[in-house]
Ligand binder design. Structure first.
Ligand SMILES: Cc1cc2nc3c(=O)[nH]c(=O)nc-3n(C[C@H](O)[C@H](O)[C@H](O)COP(=O)(O)O)c2cc1C
Length: 294
């Protein structure tokens, strides 16, 4: 299916884009107006764009429905300060409740049942229940259009973070990603929750160059068993591995014995064995198994 975005209605466009540019982290923004009236609203058009200086951007956009602007946007134009509270699973239903279009005079802390805690550098309060709260000053705002759905960017400098000790690792210094049940927004009513059961690690390739897919031997590259992910792991090694005579593996020997008369079956078994090693993160051993055929 091919979608030409300019031809769609704003609602249709939003549906395709929100479902694809996902999952998006959620900024739960606390802002204040000139009368001191507090506003609290979630925004998933949000991300980190720079660490030096630390820049976060979120977008309280024009309503698709009636092209009006949001209180959060009006607030930051007047008082350029915001607390960005990060949303985790324990607070997600209340966060959603706070996104109702309550009138300006209504404080969403009260409506959604959150506890305001004074910030230390800016006027809007922090959300006590949020496990990471970031005090920010608004550096710049940028209007991207004037129609329903048009973006209003709030470019913030993050000044101070407050981190709940319950999400720290044993050293007490770093955030333990498995303990922080971050929530993200996808398309429609879908959300995702980060947890130990759905996290995985991918080794960073940026310290040394990987050999690349094009450097993989043809029988490996053209395997019908190894997937793109497996080939990606193999091609991420810094140097093309060579047969290691010291590699002594019982399963490998077994495969050679069993399938000696059938080279096709043997290749299949070796590739299956390599898959199991790669899935366990044992890339060097997988290479040895795959090289054993040549
Ligand atoms: C999880 C979540 C994410 C949202 N993300 C956005 C967003 O990125 N931009 C936006 O304009 N509205 C977004 N909304 C809708 C706003 O939160 C809603 O319009 C907002 O509460 C308006 O409040 P205000 O007028 O008090 O600022 C989101 C709603 C939810 C529940």
């Amino acid at each position: 299916m091919i979608i030409d975005l300019p031809a769609l209605t704003p609602v249709e466009r939003q549906a395709y884009l929100n479902a694809s540019i996902a999952p998006r982290p959620i900024c739960f923004a606390s802002t204040i107006d000139t009368e001191g009236q507090v506003n609290l609203s979630p925004f998933s058009f949000f991300n980190l764009f720079s660490t030096t200086p630390p820049i976060l951007i979120f977008a309280p956009n024009r309503r698709v429905r009636d092209n009006t602007t949001k209180h959060s946007w009006e607030n930051v134009l007047r008082i350029p300060e915001v607390v960005i509270n990060i949303v985790d699973y324990e607070m997600v239903q209340q966060v959603s409740l706070s996104s109702c279009d309550f009138p300006r005079e209504v404080n969403e802390f009260v409506k959604a049942g959150f506890t305001p805690e004074p910030a230390t550098l800016v006027r809007p309060p922090m959300v006590k229940e949020s496990k990471v709260r970031i005090e920010c000053r608004v550096l710049e705002t940028k209007v991207l259009g004037h129609q329903g759905g048009s973006g209003n960017l709030v470019i913030c400098e993050a000044l101070r973070m407050h981190i709940d000790p319950s999400i720290l690792d044993a050293s007490g210094k770093h955030i333990d990603q498995q303990r922080f049940h971050l929530v993200a927004r996808l398309g429609g009513d879908w959300y995702s929750r980060v947890g130990a059961d759905n996290l995985f690690q991918v080794e960073k390739p940026n310290t040394k160059l990987g050999i690349g897919m094009d450097a993989l031997p043809a029988p490996i590259r053209q395997s019908r068993i190894l997937t793109g992910n497996h080939l990606g792991q193999l091609a991420n090694v810094h140097e093309q591995p060579t047969v290691d005579p010291a590699f002594d593996d019982a399963r490998l020997k077994q495969i050679f014995q069993y399938y000696a008369v059938n080279p096709e079956e043997m290749e299949r078994e070796l590739h299956l064995y390599a898959v199991s090693l790669l899935d366990a993160g044992r890339v060097n051993e997988a290479w040895q198994v795959l090289l054993a055929l040549n």
